[in-house]
Structures are given as structure tokens and as C-alpha cells.
Design a protein around this ligand. Structure first.
Ligand SMILES: NC(=O)c1ccc[n+]([C@@H]2O[C@H](COP(=O)([O-])OP(=O)(O)OC[C@H]3O[C@@H](n4cnc5c(N)ncnc54)[C@H](OP(=O)(O)O)[C@@H]3O)[C@@H](O)[C@H]2O)c1
Length: 240
């Protein structure tokens, strides 16, 4: 590996594998890492991070689901000579206030913002592919999907678009420094407000340009699919 290596964490996951593929198409030296990757990386085994960070210039960071470890990672990255961090976060992360939702992402944002490195934060909307697998498919199939959203049209974004943005930002040093981008799609789906949404409400998702298979909706059966949990922690869409 050259000293221009881009480290991609979460490399077997939704965004990481797509981002790594795009970087390789650009002939960028890439090191993919996760617990099951050839280069093992575990957020809870910091003793092993030295090898992962060696000769890395830029890192794509998919944060863990608990707050904290990204602070240690950033410190180790600084010490290892990493120059840039691109963090995956969630849309509206700065508006979630005292909510318990997204503490993991807010902690990761704090760590990255507090670093001495060049950083960019990508705040993605819900992924359209959530309907295909984790985390929406199982609850949909069981008949109910609980979301922290009320009667608001919700933008979903295709993972391919998230990966396009991430790969572009990772490939353009300097241009996106200190920026937080909200990644949404201009088309929104109203998953239904109030206490329950019925299938027609969910079928509104077909308005999306994303690949949401109808069978997921049919699997859901006639029951309610969405349980409102009060005001949505989202603000209006700002296409990035
Ligand atoms: N779903 C959404 O709509 C949405 C929207 C905006 C933001 N987000 C955020 O996106 C992030 C998830 O990103 P993603 O969807 O690209 O990933 P993902 O598909 O959820 O996969 C998680 C990745 O992290 C790795 N991983 C899991 N546990 C790990 C550990 N202990 N140490 C190191 N690596 C570990 C997994 O690989 P191994 O199993 O091989 O370790 C996998 O590569 C979360 O922070 C989520 O909050 C999600």
C-alpha cells in the first residue's frame, strides 16, 4: 500500500462496501476493514488499531452503535498521521437535542469535529434499502414498523447515492473540509401519521425512485405498519 491509502471502515456494510468499490474504480489505494474483513478492525479492540491505521491518509468512518469509541479512534488516527476523516452520520443530527436517538452518531460527530484533522460529515437520510433488509424488513414482515416519525413526509436516499457522495468527498482533499452535508432525495414518502399507517400509506413509498420491492409491503399483511412516537426529530429536506 502507498501512503495515500484510504481506510474504509464498516467495509462489509451498506455504505462501506459501495464506497470501497467506487474508490477502487478510481484506482485509489483502499484498505477495507471490519471484524470480518481481511484487515480486521473491531471498535472494541483498540489494541489492534495500529496496523489498520498504518500509512493511512484518509479514513471513511462508519461509527459504532454506541457513543464513545470514535473519540479514541480519532486520537489514534491523529497520532498515526491520518490527514482526513469522512464520517457517516444521520440527517438532522444537530437537531436531536436531548433525545436518546442517535447518541452514537452525535458522539462520533463531536469526536470528528474536535479533531485536528480535516473532516467532513455526511448526514444521510434513512436509506431506501432499509426496506430490503436491516432494519425495516423484519419488523415490516412482523406487521409493525416503529419509527421516530409522525405525520411527516420522509425523504429516503438510495445507498448508491450515499456512496457516490462519499467516494467523491473522499477523493477531493481540501474541497469539503469542515463541512457537514445532509444527503436526501427530493422525493419523499409519507409513511403515515397518527397512530397507525395502513398499506396504502406504505405503498406511497413507491413514489420513491429507490429500489423498494413491493413484496416487502405485501409481506407486511393488513396490520398497522408504523407507530407514531411524537414529533419527528427531523427538519425540512435540504438536498445536498
Ligand atoms: N439505516 C439508515 O437509514 C441510516 C441512515 C443514516 C445513517 N445511518 C448510520 O449508518 C451507520 C451504519 O452504516 P452502514 O449501514 O453502512 O453499515 P451496516 O450495513 O449497518 O454495517 C455495519 C458495518 O460495521 C461493521 N461492524 C459491526 N460491528 C463492528 C465492530 N464492533 N467493530 C468494527 N466494525 C463493526 C460490520 O462488519 P463486521 O460485521 O464484519 O464487523 C459492517 O461492515 C450507523 O451509524 C447508522 O446510524 C443509518
Amino acid at each position: 500500500m502507498s501512503d495515500d491509502t484510504t481506510l474504509v471502515l464498516g467495509a462489509t456494510g451498506n455504505t462501506g462496501r459501495r464506497v470501497a468499490a467506487r474508490l477502487r474504480l478510481r484506482h485509489a489505494p483502499v484498505r477495507t476493514a471490519s471484524r470480518s474483513s481481511p484487515t480486521p478492525f473491531d471498535w472494541f479492540r483498540p489494541a489492534d488499531w495500529g496496523q489498520v491505521l498504518r500509512d493511512v491518509t484518509t479514513a471513511y468512518v462508519v461509527p459504532p452503535s454506541v457513543p464513545g469509541p470514535v473519540h479514541d479512534f480519532v486520537a489514534r488516527a491523529e497520532a498515526a498521521g491520518v490527514r482526513r476523516l469522512v464520517l457517516l452520520s444521520g440527517r438532522g443530527a444537530d437537531d436531536w437535542g436531548d433525545s436518546a436517538f442517535g447518541l452514537d452518531m452525535r458522539s462520533a460527530e463531536d469526536a470528528v469535529r474536535g479533531s485536528t484533522l480535516e473532516w467532513t460529515i455526511l448526514r444521510a437520510s434513512n436509506f431506501a434499502q432499509n426496506f430490503d433488509g436491516h432494519p425495516f424488513r423484519a419488523p415490516l414482515a412482523a406487521g409493525e414498523l416503529a419509527l421516530p416519525a409522525g405525520a411527516v413526509p420522509e425523504p429516503f436516499i438510495d445507498l448508491e447515492d450515499v456512496a457516490d457522495v462519499a467516494a467523491t468527498v473522499l477523493s477531493e482533499p481540501g474541497r469539503h473540509a469542515g463541512r457537514a452535508y445532509e444527503l436526501t432525495d427530493a422525493t419523499r414518502a409519507d409513511l403515515g401519521g397518527g397512530s397507525r399507517a395502513d398499506l396504502p400509506g406504505i405503498r406511497a413509498a413507491h413514489r420513491l425512485p429507490a429500489r423498494i420491492p413491493g413484496r416487502v409491503h405485501r409481506d407486511a399483511g393488513p396490520g398497522g405498519l408504523e407507530r407514531g412516537r411524537g414529533p419527528a426529530p427531523y427538519r425540512d429536506v435540504r438536498a445536498a
